[in-house]
Design a protein around this ligand. Structure first.
Ligand SMILES: Cc1cc2nc3c(=O)[nH]c(=O)nc-3n(C[C@H](O)[C@H](O)[C@H](O)COP(=O)(O)O)c2cc1C
Length: 419
């Protein structure tokens, strides 16, 4: 189970005999879906080489604070901003003392001070070091400041003693780190999203298209990433920056988009079709530029595939959310599409002259949506597209859970009947 999909974990490794265990931890964090960057103290480097962690994490190990080159590449403030959580495992007695004092004399300490994300610590030390009043006081202070302590365990120690101070197993650390995040509502799921307009070429210089800006689709893609999903965004031509932590595939025409969707939909749990695709394309795309010799010019158009309908027909188990932009009679058209395409949800909004006073239509940063599903509806009031996208993704997650439960119940009934 991918508990940590899209989570960025900055792993601090300090000078403990248990430093080698961080190798296994990196692997398991990555298996749980996390991206890991490693910071090592000088003490840690006496036990394990940075090369080991670099090879495992797939990214350079960060070691030095007062180093111009390292600071220029990715400095301590940038690393502090990058992380969703800082995990120190193993944490030496010395590192606990430094953190309790608020020292900033090495890279790891400076990052911890500069960051406001959760700090989790898995101590590892000899039982007497752990029991020493100085360490007890440091642990107490740090816990009072909200630091999460994971372990230590009791048992046989590297030095031959038996007692409390062993670093806990990787599995336990990952479980506790996962609990730190309010589990993303789409954690472990793959979401395929189309966004923007498509373009249908008339000749080498002209095309048919529409006013879609792609903003709503991009906002939904970002919200789905935040909710823990693996996101594939298939985008028509737009001038938007690609959000972090997703895969973007650029296409031009509706046929290109259809192709890209077919390639990826089999891996998707949820398909969200926000793209305003061209419904028709020219029957003939002229090889040369069309000349303006004629008084009248007739374009013959043929229908493109309805991508959403195609997905629902060919990949019936995929949960589908469609969009409807209508100039009037919103609910009727939206409910019509919902039934006709046999999809799970539809989000509808008014566009055109009737919508100007509220939404400002296509290129606006604001929108309002009426969402319909069989037997229910919800109005999402006028808000920024970012906010609306978060509300919509939360609703999709809710409906998806119900959809899955219903599907399982149906399967159980079918298997009971066939017994
Ligand atoms: C062989 C050996 C093993 C050590 N193991 C530990 C340990 O498990 N936990 C610990 O707190 N300190 C341990 N130490 C002491 C630390 O390495 C030392 O305090 C160091 O300064 C810690 O540096 P750091 O906290 O900056 O990484 C060990 C020292 C040696 C020589």
């Amino acid at each position: 189970m991918q508990h940590l999909t899209n989570k960025r974990i900055l792993l601090g490794v300090t000078g403990s005999i248990a430093a080698y265990k961080a190798a296994d931890l990196i692997r398991r964090l990555q298996d749980a879906g996390a991206e890991v960057k490693v910071v090592m103290t000088d003490g840690a480097k006496a036990f394990v080489t940075p090369l080991t962690f670099q090879a495992l994490s797939g990214s350079p190990v960060h070691e030095n604070l007062l180093d111009t080159e390292a600071e220029a590449a990715m400095g301590h403030i940038e690393l502090a901003r990058w992380a969703d959580v800082i995990l120190i495992a193993p944490a030496s007695a010395n590192s606990l003392a430094a953190l309790a004092q608020g020292r900033a004399d090495d890279l790891l300490n400076a990052i911890c001070l500069a960051s406001d994300v959760p700090l989790a610590i898995a101590p590892a030390m000899n039982k007497h070091m752990w029991a020493d009043p100085a360490t007890r006081e440091n642990v107490k202070q740090l816990a009072q400041r909200g630091v999460l302590f994971i372990g230590p365990d009791s048992g046989e120690q590297a030095c031959g003693d038996i007692g409390e101070g062993r670093m806990v197993e990787s599995e336990t650390i990952i479980t506790r780190i996962s609990e730190l995040f309010t589990l993303g509502s789409l954690a472990g799921l793959t979401v395929l999203i189309t966004a923007g307009p498509t373009r249908e070429a008339l000749d080498p210089v002209r095309f048919l298209t529409n006013h879609s800006s792609g903003k709503m689709g991009y906002a939904i893609a970002e919200a789905a990433v935040e909710a823990g999903a693996k996101v594939i965004l298939i985008s028509g031509p737009v001038s938007l920056v690609t959000p972090d932590r997703l895969t973007r595939l650029d296409v031009e025409s509706t046929a290109d988009m259809e192709e890209a969707v077919k390639e990826h939909v089999a891996t998707a749990d949820i398909f969200i079709a926000t793209a305003a695709v061209a419904d028709y394309r020219p029957v003939v795309v002229q090889q040369d530029k069309i000349k303006k010799n004629e008084q009248r010019l007739t374009l013959e158009l043929e229908k493109n595939t309805d991508i959403l309908a195609m997905v629902k027909t060919q990949y019936a188990k995929t949960f589908c959310l469609g969009f409807a932009a209508e100039t009037r009679d919103l609910e009727n058209y939206a409910r019509g599409k919902l039934a006709q395409k046999n999809i799970e949800m539809i989000a509808a909004n008014l566009v055109g002259p009737g919508a100007e006073k509220t939404t400002g239509t296509f290129n606006s940063d604001l929108n309002e949506l009426n969402v319909y599903w069989p037997g229910g509806e919800l109005k999402l009031e006028l808000a920024t597209k970012t906010r609306l996208a978060r509300q919509l993704v939360a609703l999709v997650a809710q409906r998806f859970t119900i959809y899955k439960e219903n599907a399982e119940n149906e399967n159980n009934i079918i298997s009971l009947k066939s017994q």
